[in-house]
Write a protein that binds this ligand. Sequence first.
Ligand SMILES: *Cc1c(COP(=O)(O)O)cnc(C)c1O
Length: 359
Amino acid sequence: MKAWENNIRKVIPYVPGEQPQQSSVIKLNTNENPYPPSPSVEKALLGLDLDLLRRYPDPSASELVCSIAEFYGVTKEQVFAGVGSDDALAMTFLTCFHSNQPILFPDITYSFYEVWADLFRIPYQKQALDGEFYIRPEDYAKKNGGVIIPNPNAPTGICQPLGQIEEIVKNNSDVIVVIDEAYIDFGGDSALPLLKKYENLLIVQTFSKSRSFAGMRIGFLLGNPDLIRYIQDCKYSFNSYTLNQTAITLGAAVMRDKEYFDQCRNRIMETREWVKTKFLELGFSFPDSMANFLFVTHPQFAAETLFMALKEAGIYVRHFKKPERISNYLRITIGTREEMECLVSFLNTYMSENRSESC
Ligand SMILES: *Cc1c(COP(=O)(O)O)cnc(C)c1O
């Protein structure tokens, strides 16, 4: 190693799912929404004043922030908008987890948490999920520097009851408890009503999954105004103009179209329930997902073998080699009904042709 390399910050980066460039693949590997964004986006895009692009965008992204505040019935001082929830989460880690005590999060969860903790030198302690992949609320009652939990959790899809979330928030009144609700729009109960009661609660949501807008990169935080201001101060000390003008305008258009939002997420939930019945028939087992994906394992077919066979057939799903406990699982995004019929039919054929060798 060269001398200068001793003075470099070295990190092991987060590895996102593959983004194949051919459009012919059935892409069920990154939990994107299979439906296009709200039709109001095209109108807003055509109406975009190009002169605005000459200028810096509104650093407070107020048009977008107001649309979010209105949708959730909170004030705009309770909203922070970021470049995807990844940006909002990174700012949250930087601002809220500033303690010598370890922060707590599940051992099987969104793997970016560990990356940010390492990047910002935040001590952390992972809490093991139980045998059925559930979070044990009592694990989060010990002394800590903050808590972050996705609900529903990824990649399991399990949604913990709101009473348990409240218990965790209540037991940690001297630190910030972050609930990552990236998948809450697919049937779970949001912690939003708890915001009135607990100042230490911070909710994270994203436009990437339920709002079909992963490409535009918009995520947001909901919390008490003082906490939001602290996070804003950190953001303004890092990069003032994070969201671009196009994202601000189009994001607000997406947020205002509640009818389309409900239509898409309902369709995905319906398809998910149908896929559950088909996957049970195929012999898979999986936790009862409340997200836009299923986390499946099969007693006869190794996850990695299925992953490769599916990929060869042009169907991309996600396989995590680590941690060991989930290496025989696949995380499969819920696509359109047609895409899922294709998947089920491929698996049906593949499994009947290969069953004898595998047993
Ligand atoms: C997808 C996801 C995010 C990040 O979404 P963005 O595209 O950055 O908004 C955050 N948390 C979890 C648990 C996710 O699955």
